[in-house]
Design a protein around this ligand. Structure first.
Ligand code: SF4
Length: 251
């Protein structure tokens, strides 16, 4: 319901179609989350929702956070949050809630992918969020929406990065990669070959593309919470660690 910029391709390959999200319990959980978001926004605006987000963010602190803070050393795994695994930014007040929460937790790294870039006011609010030193925002494009995605990117290429949902080469729009090359110069675009389970489309090798190693199967899922998860180990999509203070005593 919140994916206001979804394309046909991303609807077809969405994680949300997977078994993990399709059980009655999971569906109800996500509907409940959305109802809670809307209720908190209606009762107390972004500030109230941000309080709720902060408690979720704090639950994601690494287990050794306190000990590392006191000892002045790094935690064994980074403190990082991907905003949304399914769903997207659908209204400005919701974006503003994440902005408040992220700027109140400068030690935590945030990153997100979005297709909600067509509406100017929403794009402007998301640009504020992606501008935070501890946050990185990725405009998600494919054959269907790349023209509007690249237009949005060109407006604030100092802030945004590009993420490609990569179809097989024979069906990828022929104009897409040349258009990406024109506006990204030295920057790299993270590319997610379309995947379902263990199958993934063959990654396209192209100078401006960096194929996600998790999709390609280079990382095994790590059940031990003391070890980094794939995105924490790879870190390509995360904010630059030099702009995110890693340790601060917060008692
Ligand atoms: S594994 Fe790397 S490239 Fe893939 S989503 Fe995670 S951080 Fe991004």
């Amino acid at each position: 319901a919140t994916c206001i910029g979804a394309t046909e391709l991303c609807r077809n390959v969405c994680y949300g179609n997977g078994v993990r999200y399709q059980t009655a319990g999971q569906k109800e959980k996500r509907h409940r989350n959305l109802r809670t978001v809307e209720l908190l926004l209606s009762k107390g605006g972004p500030e109230l929702l941000a309080q709720n987000l902060l408690s979720l963010i704090d639950q994601a602190k690494p287990g050794d956070w306190l000990a590392a803070s006191v000892a002045g050393r790094k935690t064994a795994t980074p403190w990082s949050i991907r905003v949304h695994d399914v769903g997207d930014f659908h209204k400005i007040s919701y974006v503003n809630a994440w902005w408040i929460a992220a700027q109140q937790r400068p030690q935590c790294s945030f990153w997100f992918y979005t297709r909600s870039f067509a509406k100017k006011h929403l794009f402007d609010a998301m640009t504020e969020l992606a501008s935070l030193a501890n946050c990185r925002g990725w405009l998600s494009i494919d054959s269907e929406n790349f023209e509007s995605g690249l237009l949005a990117y060109a407006k604030r290429s100092d802030v945004w990065e590009l993420a490609l949902l990569q179809e097989t080469e024979d069906v990828l729009n022929k104009d897409l990669l040349p258009a990406v090359d024109e506006c990204t110069t030295a920057k790299q675009v993270v590319s997610f070959p379309v995947h379902r389970g263990r199958y993934h489309a063959p990654p396209i090798k192209h100078k401006s593309l960096f194929s996600c190693p998790a999709v390609l199967g280079s990382y095994k899922l790590e059940p031990d919470p003391r070890k980094p998860r794939p995105c924490q180990a790879c870190a390509f999509c995360l904010p630059d660690p030099s702009t995110t203070p890693s340790v601060e005593v917060q008692l």
